[in-house]
Design a protein around this ligand. Structure first.
Ligand code: COA
Length: 175
């Protein structure tokens, strides 16, 4: 699938809101509540907030650059790059996180999102990036490994959860 990574923009309101309903139906916790209620109520404000995340630093949040994947003018996925790690992200989250809209999974979207996000991370000054994923998340493992991820560690975080994999991708060859 041919796709472009772009900053969040109001132009993608309709397909983003359709995707939001798919994500909510799936039930991933990070697609429920919070800012997403704002997306339904005031999409312009939601987009502005996403863009402002790049300059927002709090005791719990580090600056974060969001990119949306667009194919044939439709929102098909999202990827976000943390500009630095904090203690929480070192355990879970890492520098980069992504989701593909459920109805377009298995068509190379996440692989391409991560490929295109790596030069963005490099431009932010990062020399290597941490990606964390569940040991059982076969699709994400493939996405990371196809993008040059090197498995540095697998750690059990809790008895009732799958072990977490810690991958690093070197950006020294990125332009
Ligand atoms: C993980 C996720 C982002 C993958 O997105 P995607 O766009 O479907 O990924 P791709 O199409 O680029 O596929 C990547 C690889 O995973 C494989 N794959 C895709 N879905 C799979 C599945 N359900 N089970 C096993 N492998 C799968 C693909 O075949 C491909 O491998 P290949 O190149 O060897 O054929 C997507 O499943 C998702 O959004 N999941 C929920 C959120 C999530 O887990 N985010 C990542 C957190 S670390």
């Amino acid at each position: 699938m041919k796709l472009q990574l772009v900053p969040p923009a109001e132009a993608f309101r309709a397909s983003f809101l359709r995707a939001l309903r798919e994500f909510q139906h799936e039930g991933l916790p990070w697609w429920i509540g919070g800012d997403l209620e704002l997306a339904e109520q005031d999409f312009a404000a939601f987009v502005a907030k996403k863009l402002a995340d790049a300059n927002r630093s709090t005791t719990t949040a580090v600056p974060k650059t969001h990119r949306w994947a667009i194919a044939e003018d439709q929102f098909v996925g999202r990827i976000a790059i943390h500009h630095a790690l904090n203690d929480a992200l070192r355990i879970e989250g890492g520098h980069i996180g992504y989701d593909t809209v459920p109805s377009v999974r298995g068509r190379g979207v996440a692989t391409e999102m991560l490929r295109q996000a790596l030069p963005v991370a490099r431009a932010l000054g990062l020399r290597e990036v941490l990606l964390t994923c569940d040991d059982t998340n076969t699709a994400s493992v493939r996405v990371i490994e196809k993008n040059g991820g090197s498995l540095r560690e697998t750690r059990a975080l809790a008895a009732n959860r799958p072990p977490k994999r810690y991958y690093w991708i070197s950006l020294l060859d990125e332009s």
